[in-house]
Design a protein around this ligand. Structure first.
Ligand code: ADP
Length: 162
């Protein structure tokens, strides 16, 4: 298992500046970060797994230390498959804590070698979530400060489609 690789899993529906912040700071610690898009919540998601993977891939294309992938099933199985040791997650408010705590404990019980590392949100991103971005965007609010330009364009297109 490679301790220099971190898996950053999430829905990323869509990828926000908050996600980007976690990834960039993760790269200060790990040699490689694999952004792993979860396939399981397809039904409720705005973008399909393929769309999300494609968007993020385009976004990070110039960084050879970043990889984008999709995964299905148990996260720990994916982490082991990729020969990584660390799951990287972000924490915003106290409200994130309960869920993340449970998840980290469960993953550690299922697979002892796997550790979850939490990155506290940057104050500038503390209020940012994919759902808030979607909500504001859907109501024609300005979301340009919340997401990378490429994601902004994709969101505008999606909302125009109805
Ligand atoms: P999930 O459905 O797995 O929570 P998300 O795409 O919502 O997927 O989030 C992926 C990870 O990024 C989670 O650990 C989440 O807490 C973290 N995250 C999301 N937005 C921010 C932010 N603004 N600052 C820090 N971490 C964040």
């Amino acid at each position: 298992m490679n301790r220099h690789i971190a898996i950053y899993p999430g829905s990323f529906d869509p990828f926000t500046n908050g996600h980007l912040d976690v990834v960039q700071r993760g790269l200060e610690i790990f040699e490689k970060v694999i952004i792993a898009v979860a396939c399981n919540s397809e039904k409720d998601s705005l973008f399909s797994t393929e769309e999300r993977v494609q968007m993020i891939t385009e976004l990070v294309a110039d960084n050879p230390r970043l990889e984008v992938d999709a995964f299905d099933g148990l996260l720990v199985d994916y982490v082991v498959k990729r020969e990584a040791r660390v799951i990287l997650r972000g924490l915003r408010a106290v409200t994130d804590f309960e869920f993340e705590f449970q998840l980290a404990q469960m993953n550690h019980i299922v697979c002892e070698q796997v550790e979850t590392l939490f990155m506290m949100t940057s104050p500038a991103c503390a209020y940012l979530s994919s759902s808030v971005v979607k909500e504001v965007g859907r109501l024609n609010g300005d979301i340009s400060k919340f997401v990378p330009p490429l994601v902004h364009e994709a969101l505008k297109k999606k909302f125009a489609e109805g």
